[in-house]
Design a protein around this ligand. Structure first.
Ligand SMILES: [Zn+2]
Length: 388
């Protein structure tokens, strides 16, 4: 396997404080060598070894590939009309998920697969090198299984979210639906899933039901993560911490004890500002979480209802503008934070030995990710050391 030198790096964000300055481990005037898909060498450009292949960053900034740890990509149709109605004043309740469930159930495997491929490619072009993908719009044994089978072709980070919403055929019988989720649906989904998730929320699944789903998933060999405290200050965060979930996602409505629980745990608080943006809702208080010592990640929540964006740079910009994160905190949360939320140590940083998933930006500094919102700054994306 031949080595590749990335030279002309104006600013290298390693997320490794032992390599460079600050929490982002920033190195200026650096070069980086990739060997066998991994970062093999970092140093001053003038000391760079000779390699077979070279990539010129043209004085741009190089950042670790974004890690989008929360996305719902397996679905059919869209809900643009619902978005327009919401922008005209109708509240977001989560009930529109059923619209997508109906469209997803009637779609062919090929239609679902093409939609996942389209969104995966869209995310990659915006610098996302790792993406988590959830099921949750099938809500039958067969439709959840095929959703995960299709997702697995695009990512190792697949999540069984049979407990996304109670489907219409189980109206008034949510406990009976949870029995299906924990029984035959889990059994069918588990071979294709790494994670188990539940939407713990008023109108979706209560604390006892959520615990039952996650506990069953853990027993089947999956690892827990949870949609928690999005619309109300419910029990989700406390459940996440109690079960050592990798991540509690949304965290928009938190009590002081929720914040303390997250800060004292290995559970990452994953904030999804695209959801608040797209539902015109108050943003989570990132500053409060960070100041308390919690680990914060940023993710897109890409889905056709409440956050139809696949753009991690947009999430970085929103986090800085609307959630009072510093640009450095936001870039860290979108890369290293996402890796923590997936319990991965090989991605989200560019230290020696890391996977060579990286993004070259048409910008002199990572600050531009927040400073130039909506601008396509991504110049080149390397996945496993290979240009995409
Ligand atoms: Zn979600």
């Amino acid at each position: 396997m031949s080595a590749t030198l990335v030279r002309g790096i104006g600013e290298l964000v390693t997320n490794d404080p032992t390599v460079g300055d600050g929490v982002l481990g920033v190195v200026r005037g650096a070069a980086l060598v990739i060997d066998d898909g991994r970062v093999a060498w970092i140093g001053p450009a003038e000391d760079a070894p000779a390699t077979d292949r070279m990539i010129d960053a043209e004085d741009g900034v190089v950042v670790p590939g974004f890690v989008d740890s929360h996305a719902h990509l397996v679905f059919a149709g869209d809900r643009a009309a619902e978005f327009a109605a919401r922008m005209a004043g109708e509240p977001y309740t989560g009930g529109g998920i059923r619209t997508t469930v109906a469209a997803t159930r009637s779609a062919t495997d090929g239609q679902l697969a093409r939609n996942v491929a389209r969104l995966r490619s869209e995310a990659l072009r915006q610098g996302t090198t790792t993406i988590e993908v959830k099921s949750g719009y099938g809500l039958t044994v067969e439709d959840e299984e095929r959703s995960l089978r299709i997702a697995r072709e695009h990512t190792a980070e697949t999540t069984f979210l049979g407990a996304h919403v109670v489907p219409p055929e189980f109206d008034g019988k949510s406990d009976a639906y949870v029995d299906v989720v924990c029984g035959p649906m889990l059994a069918a989904a588990a071979p294709y899933a790494k994670w188990v998730d539940v939407f713990c929320e008023r109108g979706a699944f209560d604390a006892d039901q959520s615990r039952a789903v996650l506990t069953a998933g853990i027993a089947a060999g999956l690892q827990p993560r949870i949609h928690a405290n999005q619309l109300t200050a419910g029990a989700g965060v406390q459940l996440a911490v109690a079960l050592d979930a990798a991540s509690a996602d949304h965290c928009t409505h938190l009590s002081d004890s929720d914040v303390a629980a997250l800060a004292g745990s290995a559970t990452v608080a994953t904030l999804l500002p695209g959801a608040e943006f797209s539902t015109r809702s108050p943003y989570p208080d990132a500053r409060r979480l960070i100041d308390a010592g919690a680990t914060v990640a940023l993710a897109t929540d890409c889905n056709p209802g409440s956050s139809y964006t696949s753009s991690m740079p947009l999430c970085v910009a929103l986090a800085v503008r609307e959630m009072r994160m510093t640009p450095a905190e936001a870039v860290w949360a979108a890369t290293a934070g996402g890796a923590r939320a997936l319990r991965r140590t090989d991605i989200g940083h560019l230290g020696i030995g890391a996977r060579a998933d990286l993004v070259i930006l048409d910008a002199p500094s990572y600050l531009h990710l927040a400073y130039r919102p909506g601008v396509p700054l991504v110049h080149t994306v390397l996945l496993d050391g290979e240009p995409t």
